[in-house]
Design a protein around this ligand. Sequence first.
Ligand code: PGA
Length: 250
Amino acid sequence: MPRTKLIAANWKMYKTPDHTRAFFRDFLPQVSGHTRDEIVVCPPYLDLTAALDAAKGSNVAIGAQNVHWKDEGAFTGEISAPMLLTLNVTHAIVGHSERRQYFGETDDTVNLRLKAALEAGLTPICCVGEVLEEREAGLTDDVLRRQCVRAFHAISAKKAARLVVAYEPVWAIGTGKTATPELAAEAHAVIRKEATEIFGEEFASNLRILYGGSVKPENASALMAQEEIDGALVGGASLDPKSFAAIVKY
Ligand code: PGA
């Protein structure tokens, strides 16, 4: 069975609820009837309700950009999986490199967030990827393996069934530099091999591994043509409805 591709938008800290409604008014007609790929939009928390209302009954699912590991508690600024579920949010990005880089996210907190998301029935999009110095030092495979081992620690294949991984080389995020399709496919193969060791072959062969890092309408089809690449996590180019629709329809 070929894996259904997932094309996800990561809006980061962009757009208000009004901008969100305007985006969907423009975007939805462009992708209506598109069934080949799954489409997910992850806006800031503030925009989740507007996005969910706008996307209701459509082929677009809504995800959060993070999720805390506790159901509730004294964790200022955090949002839990049960809270997201009450809104009908279905996906959550976990371990994005900007969280790791600027907000102290570690492999261990990624593991906790991943467990909580899976336990709650959310579909986590778990991000891994090397920084430029690691790539230049020939450490890419080691870094990816370490990030996977630690992120997936103490999670069973059964529990992990919904897991989606995103390979996002940090040097390609927001820089306009894209990994070549071949280079991305190589990294995806390393991740899939690690997933095979941790979760078994059947799981790994069904696991969707997205590519992220300067995906644009101009490079989407070459990336998506790689058998190893099961979709995209799109930042900058997902903010414009026309450009994100073009990526969805690569
Ligand atoms: P970019 O971001 O498409 O703007 O490079 C991707 C991401 O950070 O998920």
